[in-house]
Design a protein around this ligand. Sequence first.
Ligand code: NAP
Length: 306
Amino acid sequence: MKTNSDYGIAVIGAGTAGLTAAIYASRAGQSVIVLDGRGYGGQIGNADRVENYPGFKSISGFDFATALYEQAIALGAKIRFSAVKSVKKTENGFEAETEKVTYITGSVIIASGLEKRKLGLDNEDILTGRGVSYCATCDGAFFKGKSTAVIGGGNTALEDALYLSAYCSEVYLVHRRDEYRAEKAYIDRINAKPNIIQLKSHIPVEIKGSDTVTGLIVKNIKDNTTRELDLSGIFAAVGQIPSSSIFGGLIDIDEYGYIIAGEDCKTSSEGIFAAGDCRTKQVRQLVTAAADGAVAGIAAAEYVRK
Ligand code: NAP
């Protein structure tokens, strides 16, 4: 295992919060390494359109993420696509261990975001990549002219249904309640799409298919009746869970897995900051992730300088 002590700050996660932290810490004069095993962009990298970030009427998630990535690099931050396996506190700072290199730094910013929640159905894992997907913008084009379902009632689910409705013959939108959690702007748009069939108060109970998905059994929770939908794609959009498991024991984490940190992004361990969706907060949006990145980047730079 190689060690590297070239950097003052390690940022874990190259999403909006992590890249913004890298921008601010670099501008504050610190050397920054950003580590992410999944590439750059985080959640927003897969979003079809961003229409609620101040200053941009509409921009693709990929273009937004790429602009952030290029900005961080231009300011001197280094980005390595390698997952952090563990973080240890040492006498003088921290060690962030990846597969091949252990980075020895003075401060750590955790901006590890969220992972997609699974549906919890029997053959979900086996059929993932064979009809079951967690990313409509990544996989939607494979279902051109086919019938699909989106599960969930939040912004992601409605955005996915809208995206898929352009490719698919029909899109079933399966939501467990009568009211959507999503913003009204999305609801108005799905109501105007004739090929989005809304199944409210329905839950998915069984995925059909052995090699690939052939159908989905859904249950109406009001009258307990079930029906099978003939389809070839199932897009799960039932929320996310914080990516914080490797930090247990190092910093305080709440019962839902969120890293406990306030608006100052300070965690229970001095020198470790948490930014973006992985921390306890009320509003999880692109703009609040960026705000956290700025706060954490400046605070970490100040911590290392002292
Ligand atoms: P979310 O808002 O947490 O919504 C998850 C949805 O899945 C909810 O409707 C929930 O139902 C449903 N659900 C949860 N567990 C389920 C289960 N086991 N079975 C069936 N349904 C289940 O998650 P999200 O839509 O991914 O959004 C996450 C955050 O990103 C939100 O803050 C959202 O505003 C933001 N976002 C923003 C944009 C944008 O602004 N362009 C786009 C996408 C996401 P209930 O409603 O009954 O709880």
